[in-house]
Design a binder for this molecule. Structure first.
Ligand code: AMP
Length: 388
């Protein structure tokens, strides 16, 4: 790799060597070959011009099933910043009606282009759309479309090479280069993506009784986060006899959820009022897809996004056992009867569990085994959270 590359007014330094790119493409191709092995139809590879031209060519060489190439051209970039606007510059070169399509992208950042592509392809009658991208910027990806095949994850930096350009230059570089902002010329490695300097927004997820409350305090302390438990906030409102508390009480006592707007308002108030922390640990929120969407909207207004969802998973039998045990210690009204516990478990499966796929789609889902001693589970949680 060359030391540095100058394109117009900018200097770029080495970032991902071709050898690494090839390995990532090998892995993606192997997964696609496995998924499409023995197919009787002829799936379409949709090359999204111009950026993915190199990736598409390399990928196609490795595919072992019969496939067809279709291209189209969209643009969402002006200079080095994503403008967020997607324009269709050249339509599909062939019909996709009734066909399975694998979209081949060079890079996905916010995901605006992917959303438009899926809309266009569905509108044109594609029978199935899968997304394959060589690079993903998970820190800025904020859409809920599943990215089926991802070559490599990279930080939110501006890069050129291997098809990617800076104002049309740099596409021909075999390796990938990153904008040299510090001028030290030190090659970046594909280090773990750290969201340095940005507020962290973690969701501690899991069925009732998974141990979220038990673990939350120590996590919040270790990572300097504000722990927000919507259940605790609601119980405080009930204890204080506020209007909100009175309204929430009957729902909570029955093991049902309180209305989305109520908890969304509480969360936004906390984000606005708590200072001096490195982020927030949400416990018991979001509990519905609508709440997850509202959370995305609240964070988008603040220029932030969910860092990760951490799921503490235990089986249903354990849920029941643990809540019964907690009832004998804490005396929570909604832990008291078997019927109410059963309703909470049912509400969890029906309304809350769909969040797993929602966050998997956003590539923010991480699971930790919730069975075992408190210290063991804590250790696993700490180990995972250290990575962000
Ligand atoms: P928790 O302490 O998290 O188990 O919450 C206790 C109860 O508060 C739940 O069973 C719900 O009735 C209510 N609650 C807590 N968080 C939410 C939420 N995000 N959405 C709706 N209801 C909630």
């Amino acid at each position: 790799m060359k030391e540095k590359i100058i394109l117009f007014d900018k200097t770029f330094k080495p970032f991902i060597p071709y050898s690494k790119i090839e390995k990532a493409i090998d892995a993606v191709a192997a997964r696609i070959n496995k998924d499409y092995a023995g197919c009787t139809d002829i799936p379409i590879l949709l090359c999204v011009l111009n950026g993915s031209v190199m990736f598409t060519a390399e990928l196609m060489k490795r595919l072992t099933f019969r496939c067809e190439l279709v291209s189209m051209k969209l643009t969402s970039y002006e200079g080095t910043n994503s403008s967020g606007k997607v324009r269709q510059v050249m339509g599909l070169t062939s019909s996709v009606k009734g066909r399975r399509v694998i979209v081949v992208e060079d890079i996905v950042d916010t995901g605006a282009t992917v959303v438009d592509l899926v809309d266009i392809l569905r509108g044109e009658g594609a029978s199935d759309v899968k997304i394959c991208t060589m690079l993903l910027k998970p820190q800025v990806y904020n859409k809920n479309i599943t990215l089926d095949y991802v070559g490599m994850e990279i930080p939110n930096d501006f890069i050129v090479g291997f098809g990617l350009d800076y104002d049309q230059l740099g596409r021909n570089l075999k390796d990938i280069y990153v904008l040299d902002t510090d001028g030290d010329g030190t090659p970046d490695t594909l280090k773990e993506i750290k969201n340095e300097g940005k507020m962290k927004y973690y969701i501690l997820f899991g069925p009732p009784g998974a141990g979220k409350g038990t673990q939350a305090t120590s996590i919040a302390e270790k990572f300097n986060l504000c722990h927000i438990s919507t259940g605790d906030l609601l119980r405080k409102e009930i204890a204080a006899g506020t209007e909100l508390g009175l309204k929430a009480k009957s729902l909570i006592d029955a093991g049902s959820l309180v209305p989305d707007e109520v908890v969304e308002g509480m969360i936004e108030n906390q984000f606005n009022s708590v200072k001096g922390v490195d982020g927030f640990l949400l416990d018991g929120f979001p509990r519905t897809i609508a709440q997850a969407e509202a959370l995305d909207a609240i964070l988008e207004k603040r220029g932030e996004s969910v860092t990760a969802l951490v799921a503490l998973m235990i089986p249903d039998e354990t849920v029941f056992e643990r809540i019964k045990h907690r009832a004998s210690i804490e005396g929570r009204a909604d832990d008291a009867s078997d019927e109410v516990i059963a309703n909470r478990i049912k509400t969890y499966h029906e309304k809350t569990e769909p969040l797993i796929n929602f966050y998997k789609g956003a590539r923010k889902y991480h699971e930790v085994q919730g069975l075992g001693g408190i210290e063991d589970v804590r250790g696993r949680l700490f180990e995972l959270l250290e990575k962000f």
